[in-house]
Each structure stands twice: as C-alpha cells, then as structure tokens.
Design a binder for this molecule. Structure first.
Ligand SMILES: [Zn+2]
Ligand SMILES: [Zn+2]
Length: 445
C-alpha cells in the first residue's frame, strides 16, 4: 500500500544517491528512476534489537532474498522459452506434476478401500477406525468446485448485452460460451470450470472492471476466456482436484497450539490427556510438513506450465483488443494496493457526513475511477520496477508484470480483432447498474 505510509518527500527534489532531479508527489513515495533509490521505501529497523535478534533477522532476510532470486531466475527461464516460441507441448515438467497428482488420488482411493474393508472386520474397534477412515475419505474426496449461487451471479436474462459480448469473445478465442458470469467486489477477475459437468464461471470484480476503458475490458475478457484454451494443466480436473485434496490434508493436519490453555485444572488425568494431545499434535505436524513439501513440489512442477499459460492468455488478449489495450490492462492490474487505499479513503470520508467531502453511494464509482486514474505515471513505473524485484513467493502462477509487458512487445498487434460499439458498452453499463449500487454500498459500509 504505497499511499498510507509514504515517507515525507525530501526537501530538495534531488536524488541523495545520484543527484538526479526528482519529481515528488505528496501521497506517493519519492524515488529515483535513474538509480532506483528508494524504489521500495524500507522502514527503519527497530533500534532495541539484541545482537542475536539482529542476526536472526538478517538470516531471515537473506533466505527471503535467496528465494526471490530463485523465483526470478525461474520466471526468466520460462520467459526465454516462451519468447523463443515454445508452446504448451514443449513443456514436460507437468508430467511429473500429473504423476504426483496420481499419487495423491491413489492415497485417497487406498484410504477409501481400506476403510470399506475394515467394515467386514470381526472386532468393533477396527470397524470404528473404518468409519473414521470413511469420514476422512469423504473430506478428502477430489472436488472440482461448484457453480456459485450468491447474489453476485448475473443470469443471462438479466444481462443479455454483457453475455452477448462475452459470447463474441468466446467465439473469437475458440471456446464455448460461458455458463455463468459472476460479479464481485474484488480488484480481480478469473475464469474456472467447475463441477462434474465442467460448467464455466467467469468472475469479474467490479473494482477492476470499472476503471478499465472499453478496449481494456475487452482485453480482460480475452485474457480470462483465454485461460480455457491456453493449456494450463493446473485448471484441469486431475491436477486441480489433487491440489484441492492436498490443501484439505494441509488444513486438517495444521497443528493446534496448546500454550494458551487455562492451566487451573492440572492433575494427573489432565496431564496424561495433555501428553496424548501433544503426541497427536506432533504426528499431525509431521503429516502437515510432508503435505506442505508435496504442495511446494507440485507448485514447482507446474510453474512453467502456469506462467506459460499466463503469457498465452495475454497474447490472446492482445489479439482481440490490441497490444496497447492489453498493456493498459496489465498496468491497471498493478494498482491493486492503490485501489484498496482509495476504497478505505472513500469509506472514511463517507463517515464524515457534515464535511461535504463524502461522495455517497451514487458517486462512489466515479470518485474511485478518478482517484485511480490520478495515480501518477512515476508511481505505476515504480510498481512495475518493483515487480522485477518482488516476485510473490506464495504464488508463482503469474509471471512478473514487467515480463508480461515485455512479452507483449515481441509480437505487437496494432489493431483489435473485436470492437465494442458505444451502444453495446452503454447497454452493459445499464445491466450492471444495480450491482454497481449494491457493491458501492457494501464497500462503503
Ligand atoms: Zn538517483
Ligand atoms: Zn490469467
């Protein structure tokens, strides 16, 4: 969040590191485009650390830097391969991921078969164990999600113009029309196939949709529907359900902490119970650690496929809407932090009724879009350069934005394949009006 704890701009607008002239902006960090001074404003370390604590902090920082360097290296390797023209077929690492997913499914099947077999055992404790195993197998069953049924779901009849546009995009991309469009309050968008019938769900976050221009919205639809044809193995049924099963394992084996229990009733019985609990906790912890390793391995094996798929979805977006619109979309996606800061600011203003500054529900989206549009170019450039350094360590599905923009430049598409007419755009705007009001009200609450 760049705006909340921005450092005060330097008094002179000259870079302290290389003496280049600087542009300062009161709400954003001041940094130097020439030498990247203060690209990521660092908070001063706490002064009261012991030498030992300081060394530990340094080690953590170094380990994090190593992880980032490795992730950056991998991202660059995928970039080079895709830029050299490698398609989904050239990537073989996903085969290992498929095998690992097979192992996960095998464990679930083994658990189910073993639990069923125990039902025929002669001793009742074994039958109880069998019932527990059945319950566990039920929790761990491969799931493929389901079609959401919340108030954000837009029916075809309620939004014919939006569905018509998305159908046109689907035809241009070469996939089936989407089954469900869902609108949320997130600065995000996604595409997924769910359930046994593999129904398609397109999720559009209004805070992302609203600030986009017509061409960028087209690029967004192209990118998301492109996920249906870009060969991303992670969204497939085999791998996707194995990941969901592993996540479930991870969730149920998370160790519980007993430290903060009330110790007032200590006697030998509770002590024995306590010991049992601790031992069980230790066993759970081991399983949890192992599951974490498997999840990490699965992520590593699918990084190349996932990032390659992301570049291909970007290429589809550019083909439909032109390279400049696809790039505009990527630059807007960088502003997630600014978007949430703007939302909190509008929310706090709406609390001050007398101030006259409150925009109200009706003016929310106008104010939100205007605020995002006023983010100075030097701030977007800073976030873009940060994407080089700061690869998200939790999620390697997305290549860093600067590489995605560079990739778009490899095969520039000057003219869009599809065009949204002003009438079409106005009809979609009208269809989204009730959701705009409802989501604005929720975001201001
Ligand atoms: Zn400088
Ligand atoms: Zn994507």
């Amino acid at each position: 969040m760049p705006t909340s704890h921005a450092p005060a701009p330097p008094k002179s607008s000259v870079c302290p590191a290389c003496a280049a002239g600087l542009v300062t902006h009161e709400r954003y960090p001041t940094w130097c485009p020439d030498c990247e001074w203060n690209l990521l404003p660092v908070e001063a370390p706490a002064a009261d650390l012991t030498a030992r604590q300081r060394r530990a902090a340094e080690r953590r920082w170094e380990a994090q830097a190593d992880r980032l360097a490795l992730a950056r290296l991998r991202a660059e390797q995928v970039y080079d391969a895709v830029a050299a023209g490698a398609g989904a077929r050239e990537d073989r690492t996903w085969i290992g991921a498929m095998a690992l997913a097979g192992f996960v499914h095998l464990v679930t099947v083994g658990l189910l078969a073993g639990s069923v077999a125990l039902q025929f055992a002669d001793s009742w404790p074994l039958r109880v164990v069998g019932w527990l195993g059945l319950a566990l197998a039920f929790v761990l069953r491969p799931r493929s999600g389901k079609v959401p049924e919340d108030s954000g779901v837009l029916r075809r009849a309620a939004a014919p113009a939006l569905y018509a546009l998305v159908d046109r995009v689907a035809a241009a991309v070469g996939t089936r029309p989407v089954d469900v469009i869902r609108v949320t309050d997130e600065f995000n968008a996604s595409f997924a196939r769910v359930g046994l019938r593999r129904r398609s769900v397109l999720t559009l976050g209004l805070p992302l949709w609203e600030p986009l221009g017509p061409g960028q919205r087209l690029a967004l639809l192209g990118h998301e529907l492109g996920h249906d044809v870009n060969g991303d193995h992670r969204s497939g049924r085999w791998l996707g359900s194995a990941i969901s099963t592993l996540s479930e394992w991870w969730y149920i084996t998370q160790p519980v902490r007993y430290d903060d229990r009330d110790g007032s009733m200590t006697n030998s019985v509770t002590e024995i119970a306590d010991l049992g609990q601790r031992l069980a906790g230790l066993a759970m912890g081991c399983v949890n650690w192992l599951v974490g390793l498997l999840l990490g391995l699965l992520e590593r094996l699918t990084t190349r496929s996932g990032q390659g798929a992301e570049y291909r979805a970007d290429a589809i977006a550019a083909r439909l809407a032109s390279t400049s619109e696809a790039e505009g979309l990527l630059r807007t996606l960088l502003l997630a932090g600014s978007a949430s800061t703007v939302q909190s600011r509008l929310r706090s203003l709406s609390g001050v009724r007398q101030s006259g500054l409150s925009v109200g529900v009706a003016g929310f989206w106008g104010a939100f879009t205007a605020e995002l549009a006023s983010v100075p170019p030097q701030e977007t450039e800073r976030l873009l350069r940060l994407s080089v350094r700061e690869l998200s360590s939790v999620d390697s599905t997305h290549p860093p934005t600067h590489l995605r923009i560079r990739m778009l430049g490899h095969r520039p598409v000057p003219a869009p394949a599809l065009v949204v007419t002003p009438e079409e755009a106005a009809a979609i705007e009208a269809e989204l009006a009730p959701l705009r009001l409802r989501i604005a009200r929720e975001l201001l609450a």
